[in-house]
Ligand binder design. Structure first.
Ligand code: AHR
Length: 775
């Protein structure tokens, strides 16, 4: 295969690849945020999680100690966090008290490391007696301890502990000598050695993994987190409102995290801006647009001002001078210099007209006051369909700079859709692929994602920003898989996907150069031309009645009628028939009798792991979608809005024509996706130029055979041998993964090679590999 490089045709790569911090999987508390105490302000409650209460993560030191533990309300250290602990020692003793079990397996201590403790405390009586704070093993053995004397009123006590041991399952204990009530609030323990030594800082090992990527930007803080919750920022289950997350940590109100846990907001917007700066990434914050799509809560239009203010004030907080209201807050927190924010996301994958009505108003206000800010609109969590189109239409109408697309798909979908962005308009709003991943953390997932990233590089400036999602996952608290970086309380590892992201970020040239391929070998097609297999009728955790079922073979005109059936609610799906023809039409009527998630119609069913599904209703009973499952991994090909009404009879029609599908309900066409055939091209190549004139060539070979490419660079002057730095990732089983036990199972190798000359040289890209040549 020959590839001609055309250096005169080039596009800037800009800020193409970045990262996305989302607080799920305990990414903040118990993750990036270095705080070691869980439930430090005794604020946990069942709104966060049904099993939570004020003493979650705290345990009495001895089951039979004469100590009453109670959660108190009123006169706490901060009104924003109204609870605190009362530890009433009824009979004085030596070792009566409480300990915190930390996150995951416990509090991780390293021998010789220093830990900063602080706490607010007061005591009703026996103030001549001290309380003792200690680091302990699970068996109670004391590694380090200090005594503190308390007063009648709240007093901040603090101290440093040096651990005598390494123990990843330690505890922080507080015991009281003497009698009576000791009150505790905001009990905190941080390693002194945070990333860049920041106070209230982040975990060094995790931040170092991020810094090593050299991301161009960091999107934060979510994800669904920013739009799932009450509209009132003071509600305990409010969604993420950044103003709750700045200022003194004690004053930041604990909130429910919509992923089913508690967020202290200790890692707030200031810390996230600071982290972005510390790792050299541009901050890309996202604010809510006054709409919670999960609970369908919309702020009335005449009450939208606080949401407009959230956006405007955030820009002032990030960029305003020190004499502005919010610039002063930033200054007070320790950063008089502006953070240099350029991008603002409004909304996270919302669907429905309510959001876009509100988006328009917020967008206009930001445009008017801060025309230099690049506004990012949102295009639903679907790769195609009416809600995806609604997002794009709004973006074009409101002339936003970028549109946030999200999708999680099978590796096969990524191969089939490699050319997705070839047809995107390069002059309209750009694409911000704000969340994407193939389902899995194996080497094969990472390899396929690399091939897709080549497609993004080749399509700058249509694609302007992209980040893999989610970024962080604590192995003990998994809400979502796959994830880029995995960790427990003391270890961390980048997945294979992380290694790929890092490679692309560390080898991003300034310009993407055009190339022309000649004599390319045939791509390998891995799909049939038609969708054949069985048809099954089912309910989605609902009981459903199907009637007037009829299948027409469009090639022969033959029509088959089937008996009525009632399915679902845990029973088996109704197997209708096997279809081997290319073109067919299925019509039927359906009624939901019980449940609320509607209908599921499977077609092209080969087996449980390989099939197509037409879903009507879905998890929130608001979608009509076509899914394609390959090797057990599902891709939602297209979506539109649809809500099933119980006991209502619908007329449905499914037309399959080769790989094109149409889904109709009551004579209206809702969906018409094409299941693109899975294709493995001989090689996925991208050529870039660095500022210093060096060429970067990335070659991703997903096939099981090597691919030899002769590069021709007619403008290159010298024909003398040149040296190339090679970064190589390959030679792994498809299922290989990195793990906490083997964090470097998949890791790039470096080598050098001498090429005959820059004008023409040949390189052979090994099978199933990623190679980066820097020449
Ligand atoms: O990243 C996981 C979730 O996926 C995000 O919260 C949401 O934006 C998307 O649906």
């Amino acid at each position: 295969m020959k590839v001609k490089i055309c250096p005169e045709q080039k596009e800037k790569t800009g800020d193409l690849f970045g990262i996305f911090f989302e607080d799920l999987n305990h990414a903040a508390d118990g993750g990036l945020y270095a705080e070691l105490v869980q439930n430090r302000s005794f604020e946990f409650c069942d709104i966060d999680h049904p099993s939570y209460h004020g003493l979650t993560a705290w345990e009495p030191l001895h089951a039979d100690q004469p100590v009453q533990l109670r959660i108190m309300t009123g006169n706490a250290v901060s009104e924003k966090n109204p609870h605190y602990l009362s530890m009433d020692v009824q009979e004085p003793g030596e070792d009566y008290g409480i300990w915190n079990i930390g996150f995951g397996e416990g509090i991780p201590l390293k021998k010789g490391a220093v830990y900063n403790f602080c706490c607010y405390a007061k005591r009703e009586q026996d103030r001549k007696e001290p309380i003792e704070v200690s680091l302990r093993g699970k068996d109670g053995s004391i590694y380090a301890k200090q005594e503190f004397y308390l007063e009648k009123d709240w007093k901040k006590i603090s101290g440093q502990f040096c651990s005598a041991v390494t123990d990843s399952a330690a505890r922080l204990a507080v015991t009281a000598k003497g009698r009576g009530k000791v009150y505790l609030d905001f009990v905190s323990l941080f390693p002194q050695d945070t990333f860049k030594g920041r106070k209230n800082g982040v975990r060094k090992d995790l931040a170092e993994l991020l810094a090593a990527m050299h991301p161009k930007f960091m999107r934060f803080p979510g994800g669904c987190l920013i739009h799932d919750g009450a509209l009132d920022p003071d509600a305990r289950d409010a969604f993420y409102r950044w103003k709750n997350t700045v200022g003194p940590v004690e004053q930041r109100p604990a909130r429910r995290n919509s992923w089913g846990y508690n967020q202290t907001l200790g890692l707030g917007f200031y810390e996230l801006f600071q982290l972005s700066e510390d790792i050299g990434a541009k901050p890309l914050p996202v604010v809510n647009g006054g709409w919670d799509p999960h609970h369908k809560r919309a702020v009335p239009m005449d009450e939208i001002q606080p949401f407009i203010d959230d956006a405007l004030d955030l820009i002032e907080f990030a960029n305003g001078s020190t004499d502005t209201k919010w610039g002063a807050v930033r200054t007070e927190m320790g950063h008089p210099e502006p953070f240099g924010m350029e991008y603002l996301g409004i909304g996270n994958e919302e669907v429905g007209a309510e959001f876009f009505e509100r988006f328009e108003v917020i967008c206009r206000a930001v445009r008017e006051k801060y025309p230099e800010i690049k506004i990012i609109g949102t295009a639903s969590p679907f790769a195609a369909g009416s809600e995806f189109e609604r997002g794009w239409d709004s973006a074009v109408k409101n002339k936003v700079d970028l549109v946030d697309e999200h999708y999680y798909m099978s590796p096969e979908w990524f191969l089939a859709n490699h050319h997705r962005y070839d047809s995107y308009d390069r002059s309209g709003p750009g694409v911000f692929l704000g969340e994407y991943a193939s389902w899995g953390n194996t080497w094969y997932n990472a390899l396929v994602e690399a091939s897709y990233m080549i497609g993004m590089e080749k399509n700058v400036p249509a694609v302007r920003l992209a980040c893999y999602a989610p970024m962080l996952a604590h192995t003990d608290y998994v809400n979502w898989k796959p994830d880029m970086i995995w960790y427990d309380n003391h270890r961390a590892c980048g997945s294979a996907n992380y290694e790929v992201q890092k490679l692309f970020m560390n080898h991003l040239g300034r310009w993407e150069l055009a190339t022309v391929a000649e004599e390319a070998p045939q791509a390998v097609k891995k799909s049939e031309d038609q969708i054949t297999g069985s048809i099954l009728l089912d309910g989605n955790e609902s009981e459903v009645e199907y009637t007037r079922i009829c299948l027409k073979n469009e090639d022969t005109g033959e029509t088959t009628k089937f008996a009525d059936c009632r399915v679902g609610a845990g029973g088996p799906a109704e197997l209708l028939t096997e279809v081997q023809t290319e073109n067919y039409t299925l019509t039927f009527e359906a009624k939901e009798k019980q449940g609320f998630r509607g209908f599921r119609i499977y077609f092209g069913w080969q087996d449980e792991d390989n099939n197509f599904m037409w879903s009507v209703g879905g998890w929130q009973n608001q979608d009509i979608s076509i899914f394609e499952k390959i090797k057990g991994r599902s891709s939602e090909l297209m979506q539109a809005l649809f809500t099933v009404e119980k006991e209502k009879s619908y007329t449905f029609c499914l037309k399959v024509r080769g790989r094109k599908v149409e889904a109709w309900a009551d004579e209206k066409k809702y969906l018409d996706p094409v299941s693109k055939p899975v294709v493995e091209e001989p090689i996925y190549l991208s050529v870039q130029e660095k500022e210093d004139g060096k060429l970067i060539i990335k070659g991703v070979n997903v096939q099981k055979q090597p691919c030899s490419v002769t590069f021709n660079c007619p403008d290159a002057e010298d024909e003398t041998p040149v040296s190339a730095d090679i970064t190589y990732l390959g030679d792994y089983e498809e299922t290989a993964e990195n793990s906490l036990e083997q964090p470097h199972a998949i890791i790039p190798q470096k080598k050098t090679a001498i090429l005959p000359g820059k004008r023409e040289f040949t390189y052979c890209f090994p099978e199933n590999s990623i190679t980066i040549l820097e020449i």
